[in-house]
Write a protein that binds this ligand. Structure first.
Ligand code: SF4
Ligand code: SF4
Ligand code: FES
Length: 246
């Protein structure tokens, strides 16, 4: 017989004027390899069809199932209940707009962030489909790929003290995007243009450096390293500008 699990789940429907934020409790018997996705699906099918939560890939790839699990943001589809105590409290991610219960709108936040940092290759070259694709050094491609693995789940944003206090903070995820494009030789932006975006309180100067973002990232992105590298590059760029060399 499996463990008896107790789930405390945040409930609120902002579209229903009679709804008030509260917690509902559900009980389930744990089964082998039970993930929070399986548990929530069973609760919805067997106990409360109105429960709202998001899932798509169920494989840690789409980033849609992030929620606060016993106080820590993580992906519900890759969290096994056996890794948790028998009492499990699930809350929606903070910072993002609540859709209902555990479901939040991360898309609007990420779209705004990607637009703010110009999260695409900036080039004046036009694409010629008849020309062989440009080659890139393998090690550089791997370095870029390492930073491309972000699934935009929002865990790092939800765990960030600054993002919780100020709406305009672009977060470690945005700084990671900038770091990725700075590595890419196809992007023709000058260092100065990148630093105009991130060299503000909305960017790197708003970061308190306590690194909750890296601690909770389910894809283990090296956010700490990227924050350090960007800080060093900005400092070096300021020195070059001051002494007019480089
Ligand atoms: S290190 Fe910076 S970006 Fe990461 S959680 Fe802390 S304040 Fe937020
Ligand atoms: S950096 Fe990590 S925690 Fe942040 S959105 Fe990307 S995958 Fe999620
Ligand atoms: S459902 Fe896609 S990451 Fe969890």
């Amino acid at each position: 017989m499996g463990r008896k699990l107790k789930f405390n789940i945040f409930r609120y429907n902002p579209l229903d004027s009679n709804s008030v934020p509260h917690t509902d409790t559900f009980h389930l018997e744990e089964t082998d390899s039970m993930t929070l996705f399986i548990a929530l699906t069973r609760i919805r099918e067997e106990q409360d069809p109105s429960l709202q939560f998001d899932f798509c890939c169920r494989a840690g790839i789409c980033g849609s199932c992030a929620m606060v699990i016993n106080g820590r943001p993580d992906l519900a589809c890759k969290t096994l209940t056996k890794e948790l105590p028998t009492e499990i409290t699930l809350m929606p991610l903070p910072v993002f707009k609540l859709i209902g219960d555990l479901s939040v709108d991360t898309g609007t936040w990420f779209r705004a962030m990607n637009e703010k940092v110009g999260s695409w290759i900036h080039t004046d070259k036009t694409m010629d489909p008849n020309v062989e694709e440009e080659r890139m050094d393998n090690s550089l491609a791997e370095e870029i790929y390492e930073l491309e693995r972000c699934v935009e789940c929002g865990c790092c944003v939800a765990s960030c003290g600054t993002a919780n206090m100020r709406e305009d903070f672009i977060g470690a995820v945005a700084l990671n995007r900038i770091a990725r494009f700075m590595l890419d030789p196809r992007d023709q932006r000058k260092e100065r243009e990148y630093f105009e975006v991130i060299g503000t309180d909305e960017g790197i100067f708003g970061c308190m450096g306590l690194l909750a973002c890296e601690d909770v990232c389910p894809k283990d992105l090296p956010l700490q390293d990227q924050l350090g590298i960007l800080r060093r590059k900005m400092g070096w760029s300021a020195v070059k500008h001051l002494f007019r060399f480089g």
